[in-house]
Design a protein around this ligand. Structure first.
Ligand code: PLP
Length: 392
C-alpha cells in the first residue's frame, strides 16, 4: 500500500516568491551585465576593519560568541548609539547581535507576533518585510507611499490602525525610493502607535547615507517612543561589508529577552571574529561618517546625471543608495520585461519595481538602480545605458 502524497511545501513558503533582487544578481552574472541590481558596494571596506577581522582570527576568536553578541561589540554599539542618536542603551539588557539586519527583522517578528496580529508596511518596501510577517504567522497590511515625494495619506494611515495592529515597520532612509521620513511624519506615526499601543520596528540600516543635508530622525528618539520602538541596524551598508552578516537590535529589556531567545534558536550567533572587527567599526571617528556621506553624495549626483542624459525620469533620493526610476516612456509592457531587456541586451542589471509592491501592477512602471558602486562601474553602466536613447 502506498501512502497518499502529502503536501511537501508549507503554506507559508507557498505564499511568497523567490527574492527578485537576488535573482537579478544571478541573471546579471549570467549575462555579464553591470550589476546595479543588488544593494551592495563593489568597493572595499575600510582597511582597519579588514585588519581587525584578520587579527581576530589570528587571535583564535573562532568559536561561538555569546549568543546575543560579543560583550565588547555590544558595549561599542551602545557607545556609538549614544553619540550618534543620543540614546542611552544598556548593552547588557537592550542589545541583540544577529546575522545581519535580515535575521534581526525576522527574529523580532517571531518574538513579538501572533496569528491574527496585523503589521502595517509602507509600500513600496524592502522585499523581506512581507515574507517576514508571513513567516511569523501574522498579516501584513500595506499603506501606499505616493510619488514623487513618496508621502503617505494621513487618513489612510489612521484607518489602517485598529485593535489587531501589533506593529508598524518604518524604513528610513528608505529602500527603494530614497525617502527619508520627516519629523512631522514620524510624529504622526508615533501618535497613532501610542493611541493603539503599537510597536515600531524601524530599519535604519542607511542611517548614515543621507543627501542634501537631510537629517536622519530615529523613531526611538521621539518623545514616548523609545519603550515601544525596536531599532534594527547592522554593519552591512555603513561599513561596506554586506557579506559579513552582522546586524543588531536595540529594544527594551522585556522585548530583548524574547528576541534573544528566538535569535539563539535561529542561528546561535553572528560570526565571532567579525563582531570583534565590529568594535573597530563602531569606534571609527565622526570623520569616517562625514567622508562616507560625501562620497555617496557624489555617487548620487553622478547617477542622477546619467539618468538625465539617458532620459529616464526619477524621484531624487534623499538617503540610501538607490534611485527609483519611471520607465513608462520606453513603451515596454511592464517592469520585468524592461529589466530583462536592460540586463540581457543593454548589459545593465536593475531590479524590476514590482518586487517592492504587494500587487505587481503597482510597480510595473518602475525600476530600481543601486549606485553604491565605483566610479568606473557607474561609467560603464552609463556607456551602456546611453544605447537606450535610440529607443525613446
Ligand atoms: N534593510 C534594508 C532596508 C535593506 O535595503 C537591506 C539590504 O539591502 C537590508 C535590510 C539587509 O541588511 P543586512 O545585510 O544587514 O541583512
Amino acid at each position: 500500500m502506498t501512502a497518499t502524497q502529502k503536501q511537501r511545501i508549507s503554506d507559508k513558503a507557498n505564499q511568497f516568491t523567490e527574492s527578485v533582487i537576488r535573482e537579478m544578481t544571478r541573471v546579471a552574472l549570467q549575462y555579464g551585465a553591470v550589476n546595479l541590481a543588488q544593494g551592495f558596494p563593489d568597493f572595499p571596506c575600510p582597511p582597519e576593519l579588514k585588519r581587525a577581522a584578520c587579527e581576530a582570527i589570528e587571535q583564535d576568536i573562532n568559536q561561538y560568541a555569546i549568543t546575543w553578541g560579543d560583550k565588547a561589540f555590544r558595549h561599542a554599539i551602545a557607545d556609538k548609539v549614544k553619540w550618534y542618536l543620543g540614546l542611552n542603551i544598556d548593552p547588557e539588557r537592550q542589545i541583540t547581535v544577529t546575522c545581519g539586519s535580515t535575521e534581526a527583522m525576522a527574529a523580532v517578528m517571531l518574538a513579538t507576533l501572533n496569528p491574527g496580529d496585523e503589521v502595517i508596511i509602507f509600500e513600496p518596501y524592502y522585499e523581506n518585510y512581507g515574507p517576514d510577517v508571513i513567516l511569523a504567522s501574522a498579516t501584513p497590511r500595506y499603506i501606499s507611499l505616493h510619488p514623487p515625494e513618496w508621502t503617505f495619506d494621513e487618513a489612510e494611515l489612521r484607518q489602517a490602525f485598529n485593535e489587531r495592529t501589533k506593529a508598524i515597520i518604518i524604513n528610513t532612509p528608505h529602500n527603494p525610493t530614497g525617502k527619508v521620513f520627516t519629523r512631522e511624519e514620524l510624529n504622526l506615526i508615533a501618535e497613532l502607535c501610542q493611541k493603539w499601543d503599537v510597536l515600531v520596528f524601524t530599519d535604519e540600516i542607511y542611517e548614515h547615507i543621507l543627501y542634501d543635508e537631510t537629517p536622519h530622525i530615529a523613531m526611538a528618539t521621539l518623545p514616548g517612543m523609545e519603550e515601544r520602538t525596536v531599532t534594527i541596524n547592522g554593519l552591512s551598508k555603513t561599513y561596506s561589508v554586506t557579506g559579513w552578516r552582522v546586524g543588531y537590535i536595540l529594544s527594551n529589556p522585556e522585548l530583548t529577552g524574547a528576541i534573544r531567545k528566538v535569535h539563539d534558536f535561529l542561528t546561535v550567533g553572528a560570526p565571532a571574529p567579525l563582531q570583534r572587527a565590529g568594535v573597530v567599526a563602531m569606534q571609527l571617528p565622526i570623520t569616517y561618517y562625514q567622508e562616507l556621506a560625501k562620497r555617496y553624495q557624489q555617487k548620487r549626483n553622478d547617477i542622477l546625471q546619467i539618468l538625465d542624459r539617458v532620459g529616464i525620469p526619477y524621484s531624487i533620493p534623499k538617503g540610501a543608495y538607490y534611485v527609483f526610476a519611471d520607465i513608462s516612456s520606453f513603451g515596454y509592457k511592464n517592469d520585468v520585461e524592461f529589466a530583462t531587456y536592460l540586463t540581457k541586451e543593454i548589459g545593465v542589471a536593475v531590479v524590476p519595481g514590482s518586487g517592492f509592491f504587494s500587487q505587481s501592477e503597482a510597480g510595473k512602471k518602475f525600476i530600481r538602480f543601486c549606485f553604491s558602486k565605483k566610479p568606473e562601474t557607474l561609467a560603464k553602466a552609463e556607456e551602456r545605458l546611453l544605447k537606450l536613447q535610440s529607443n525613446l
